[in-house]
Design a protein around this ligand. Sequence first.
Ligand code: GDP
Length: 466
Amino acid sequence: MQFSVEKFSDTVAAISTPRAAGGISVIRISGENALSIADKIFRSVSGKKIPSQMEGYTCAYGKFMSASGEELDDGILTVFKAPHSYTGEDIAELSCHGGIYVTERVLRAVYDNGAIPAQAGEFTKRAFLNGKLTLTQAESVMDIISAQGKAFHRRAMNVRDGALFREISKCSSRLLTLLGEIGAWIDYPEDDIPEVDSNVMTDNLMGISAQLQNISHAYDNSRILREGIDTVIAGKPNVGKSTLMNLLAGCDKSIVTDIAGTTRDIVEESVRLGDVVLRLSDTAGLHETGDAVESVGIERARKKMQTADLIIAVFDNSTSLTDDDNELIEFCKNAQGVKAIACINKTDMDNKLDREIIINNFENVIEISAGNGEGINKLQSVIYSLFITESNNIYDDLAVNERQKQCLDRAIACINEAITAVHNGITLDAVNIILDDAENYLLELTGERTTEAVVNEVFSHFCVGK
Ligand code: GDP
């Protein structure tokens, strides 16, 4: 079902800058009455500029007034005229001084003159519903805002430029062509239309499926770049886990002592390491203990390690391997879907560690000295290359989110089901129905055919003012 575009009768407003003291705050008003509301609030210094009579993309300096005529602030008014604006509607943006009180007073004046509060993401939602952005482009706006590094920012910008929409559309139109051919053969049996060759159809479907899978894989990189790498720093007591964590975090978060077993519980910390964010847990070391509190921490550590994206297994260069080390080595070898890096720490001290065993059991081994910060750059580059695919392939350069991945995976499942159906000689009518579902999932992804619930869900994750 095509999602019907509602016509907005309300004029909405919100503060588009963060709710914190700063140089400038921007209050955005969008809708039919945006400029007439601005007329009531804004007094240009020259007295000549009336917002509703100004050209689009122009601005004026003046004063912002309350509904009762009190002068609240001076600042800049910028006018955008429909349809040439972010939302496709008339927009007035009031840039005032960035104090929380003054900004809220100006916003209050806007409400007092007839605007209503904008919901989370409402400006971008209006942009989507007014045809200014596709759904994937709208989603990329939040990704651009939340990007914490170059790699994710570039991926989000590619989606903003329409790359995801274009790639999906290519698959979707290939599918539509096929559906048309099958449909014609089903609907006009008397017209002598040749049946679609099953080999050609299978080849075609496999091609589309492969292309969609490539896009779906972009989700893995996107998830890591968007959410960070769930990382556990593991190792027996006293190997230097807390020291490493503090080095990464740049502050003393965990308690570092010489007494083995001091880190009893999981300490969470988000740190940016180059382009990626590590969500770090410095866990209690894996070892046998009679201490009840400590053993709860160890059990939690074990669970955390099973669900993490990455284990940084720390070994002490200055001691020989112990049972606890061997247990960690075994754990890392057997952990499913968890990547592991062995960090040989305390390389500033004399070597007593059997490095061969570490090297033979880990694909990634790096030497560090957490105490003086050596080896951190190497750790950073190994983590990056383990998680982030860099290539010239456009699929690797897209920010794909959870919703989009679900649509992709459902479409792929339908196409694969259709391939099996063709292979098993199932009637083209049935194949047609399955492929129709695949097409629907792709159109849901791009937002060309979607429901109000999906759209509301997408924009509910936005911030107010965007
Ligand atoms: P944890 O129990 O694994 O968290 O170990 P800690 O981080 O508390 O460190 C234990 C001891 O090792 C502390 O005295 C640290 O200062 C020391 N240490 C940590 N890293 C290094 C290092 O790279 N070189 C040296 N010489 N000492 C270190």
